[in-house]
Design a binder for this molecule. Structure first.
Ligand SMILES: Cc1cc2nc3c(=O)[nH]c(=O)nc-3n(C[C@H](O)[C@H](O)[C@H](O)COP(=O)(O)OP(=O)(O)OC[C@H]3O[C@@H](n4cnc5c(N)ncnc54)[C@H](O)[C@@H]3O)c2cc1C
Length: 745
């Protein structure tokens, strides 16, 4: 029986949510290995990392010995090896997206630069991991593992070099200044290549000894762009370059390297073939980058979520203690509650917390989805290889499964007993079916979480900082909130800034397979609304419907001059629509995670007593977040639906069709009520006016009636959202918090 139907008497939050709650919400309660990894990463974050930040190690952009001391700590704690497969020295079997996401979350809870330092090593190795030949993978991954005791070898630390000095690679990764040429090619021997790459803002470059670099061919004997492995010690120039004078992520190293090296062609990631005297890399630069970023961006998104959630405790602590030691003895509201006597600071903290929850929910769901997708992708690759399909043929083979995939989704959505189980079983025999379904979701959730978690997250970090008053912008701010705010902006920028994510979403969200699942989610959300009205699922479901209506409308609608609206050159249409979708996805996932907590929490004795208070509080937060999401979606959709129609102006014809106030007054005697009803439905000009004093005649909504109705409904669906916020705010005044943060500040 659902308990999440909040009333004014719902239990208030007693303590901040701990691991028992998180393990259920983020679905790793059955993964002992991950629970241990979380503990290990947390010990590093709240120990050595926090001490470095507290001692001011962030005040230099140089890669110092103190910062370098973190690398062996990562090695010893298992953070480094978590990326690796067991045969290469790792300890986690199978896909590791959730594992890496949890590590990033824990480290970024204290300092995202420390998280980036560890993640950038994985990013440097990821091209080899995702697209390397088996030999490349075995060689480099094994050497990336921390040496075992007694093993005397140098450990590989990698960097990923895509971005180049202006005017080359930034957002657009297609035009590369980095070049590769054939330096030597003796008969029957492996070609030797000359690789020139200048990087800009390359993380880990202060200490990396392997770089995976994106380069383009500058030689007719090499086809196209590729990624290539460079090693310190290769003949030529290995200049680490100048350190970037960054204001963010100071616990990672960032430099502009200059690399000009001779390497064997076997370093091309994924290998190559030779045809008619031309080296043809198996994978292009973009093939590799796409495979890498699709995974790594999720982790970046979660770093900002960690910051928002980490802000809750220090802000509450600050608020409660704000006036202690002045007027007001212990026991008085001034002493006990401090700033929390004021409604606004509570409501703002509720917003920060709700955003943190929704973004974490979205990010961890994306990470789990990639854990599901990875083995399916391997299966798909094996299938294509067996059929000898490559390039466009692969796309065609996948597209051919879409119709069946949509049919299978529709069948699965029918109520139990009405499903054609034989047909479902028949469709599921297709080895590509599950892959295309999950892939269509991953292609939306990954950019959505990178975009929304970091972009909106950075805005909300500012809110968190502002709640600390002047303290917020000092180095002494508990929880390092000021640094976290600035750091969030980098998370919104690197691995592709917001425009890149919006661009990708504007394409992937049009996939019929995604839309088929989205439509089902709307129905599901209505059901949630009827069982758990307190979650705000009702406003969310209506907002999801409004988004879908707007999306479909914009596919064919034109602007006032006949210009197509949903078009790749029309970023002002496609980008806001992508933003709106993110709000919905995040709020939806938060609600689903609360349901999971409620359903699974009862079986956990450690949690059972406190469960209703967590579920009740989260339910109110979800209501707040759903209402905010609905508001954003309503605003964005209304601007897009109405904003491209030209407003009618006062011309002779429209002025003539206005009623005159004098006429109406005289008619009132003959037709009682005409004055009022004419004013409600038509334009009326007063005496001595040429036309009513407003922008123009009232706009016609012809063809937009369903939108008008949905929008009105949406506003009504916000009923109760502010009551939920009041309750959540009250919880913030009652929740018990520890005496001090569990890391040095
Ligand atoms: C500390 C730090 C560490 C980094 N680490 C690495 C690393 O390890 N490896 C690496 O390869 N790179 C790294 N980068 C580079 C980072 O990925 C780029 O800075 C980022 O991708 C943005 O590129 P840019 O700086 O050239 O911005 P620009 O491309 O100049 O973008 C500027 C603005 O214009 C907008 N814009 C640009 N093009 C478009 C478009 N087509 N449509 C709409 N809007 C657009 C962008 O959204 C942005 O708002 C790092 C950067 C920093 C600051």
């Amino acid at each position: 029986m659902p308990v999440a139907t909040n009333t004014d008497s719902a239990p208030v939050l007693q303590t901040l949510p701990g691991d028992d709650v998180r393990q259920l919400m983020w679905r790793f309660a059955d993964r002992y290995d991950l629970a241990m990894l979380v503990q290990a990463a947390r010990t590093v974050a709240r120990g050595p990392v926090a001490r470095l930040v507290a001692q001011g190690a962030r005040n230099s952009h140089e890669w110092t010995a103190e910062k370098a001391s973190l690398l062996p700590v990562y090695d010893e704690s298992g953070i480094t090896a978590a990326f690796l497969d067991p045969q290469h020295g790792g300890f986690i079997e199978g896909p590791k997206n959730l594992a890496l996401a949890l590590i990033a979350f824990e480290l970024a809870w204290v300092d995202a630069g420390a998280a980036t330092c560890s993640l950038a090593g994985n990013l440097g190795l990821a091209p080899i991991h995702e697209r390397g030949t088996p030999e490349q993978r075995d060689h480099y991954m094994t050497l990336a593992a921390p040496p075992k005791p007694g093993e005397n070898r140098k450990q590989i630390r990698a960097a990923f070099a895509l971005t180049e000095p202006i005017p080359f690679v930034g957002v657009e990764t297609g035009i590369l200044a980095g070049k590769v040429r054939v330096a030597e090619w003796a008969d029957g021997k492996e070609p030797i290549l000359q690789v020139e790459k200048r990087g800009r803002f390359i993380t880990n470059m202060g200490f990396a000894n392997v770089v995976t670099a994106a380069v383009d061919s500058d030689d007719p004997r090499i086809k196209g762009a590729c990624m290539i492995i460079l090693e310190e010690g290769d003949p030529g120039t290995w200049d680490r370059g100048t350190p970037t004078k960054k204001l963010v992520h100071q616990l990672s190293s960032t430099r502009d390297p200059v690399l000009n090296l001779r390497v064997p062609a076997g370093r091309i990631i994924g290998g190559y073939t030779i045809k008619d005297g031309v080296i043809i890399p198996r994978y292009s630069n973009s093939d590799v980058i796409e495979a890498v970023f699709s995974h790594t961006r999720v982790t970046v998104g979660l770093m900002t979520s960690a910051k928002l959630l980490s802000a809750v405790e220090p802000v509450i602590m600050y608020q409660r203690r704000r006036f202690r030691g002045g007027e007001g003895a212990p026991g008085t509201p001034r002493y006990e509650l401090g700033l929390q006597q004021k409604e606004d600071v509570l409501h703002r903290l509720v917003d920060v917390w709700a955003t943190g929850e929704a973004s974490a929910s979205l990010g961890f769901e994306a990470a789990r989805l990639f854990d599901q997708l990875d083995p399916l992708e391997k299966q798909k690759d094996a299938y294509m290889a067996a059929k000898k399909l490559s390039g466009r043929a692969v796309f065609k083979a996948l597209a051919a499964v879409h119709t069946e995939a949509i049919e299978s989704l529709a069948l699965a959505a029918k109520p139990e007993g009405h499903r054609d189980k034989n047909r479902i079983a028949e469709l599921r025999k297709n080895p590509l079916l599950e892959f295309v379904i999950i892939d269509s979701l991953a292609n939306v959730l990954c950019p959505a979480c990178k975009l929304w978690n970091t972009g909106h997250g950075a805005n909300m970090m500012r809110e968190a900082v502002s709640l600390m008053g002047g303290y917020g912008v000092t180095e002494d701010c508990p929880g390092f909130l000021g640094q976290k705010w600035m750091d969030a902006q980098l998370e919104a920028t690197y691995e592709g800034p917001e425009a890149v994510q919006r661009l990708q979403l504007s394409i992937t969200m049009t996939n019929e397979l995604f839309l088929a699942q989205y439509k089902q989610w709307i129905e599901d959300m209505h059901l949630v609304a009827s069982e758990r009205p307190g979650t705000g699922a009702c406003s969310l479901a209506t907002a999801m419907r409004l988004w879908l209506w707007t999306f479909k409308h914009l596919q064919t609608a034109t602007d006032a001059d006949g210009g197509k609206l949903y078009h790749k050159s029309r970023q002002s249409v496609t980008f806001p629509l992508a933003d709106a979708l993110c709000w919905l996805l995040a709020a939806r996932q938060f609600i689903l995670d609360i349901i999971e907590l409620e359903q699974k929490g009862v079986a956990n004795p450690a949690l059972a007593g406190g469960l209703p208070s967590f579920v009740g509080f989260f339910t109110d937060l979800a209501h707040v977040q759903s209402a905010r999401a609905a508001g954003e979606v309503g605003r964005i959709c209304a601007e897009l639906v109405y904003g491209y129609n030209r407003h009618p102006a006062w011309n002779a014809e429209s002025c003539r069709s206005c009623y005159s106030a004098e006429e109406l007054t005289s008619l009132e005697g003959i037709v009682p009520g005409i004055d009022g009803s004419a004013r409600a439905y038509a334009d009326v000009k007063e005496a001595n006016e040429e036309h009513p004093s407003k922008a123009g005649p009232c706009v016609s909504f012809k063809g937009l009636e369903p939108f008008v109705r949905l929008r009105m409904k949406l506003d009504g669906c916000l009923t109760g959202a502010r009551l939920a916020k009041d309750r959540a705010a009250e919880s913030l005044t009652k929740v018990m918090i520890p005496e001090a943060l569990d890391y040095p500040v």
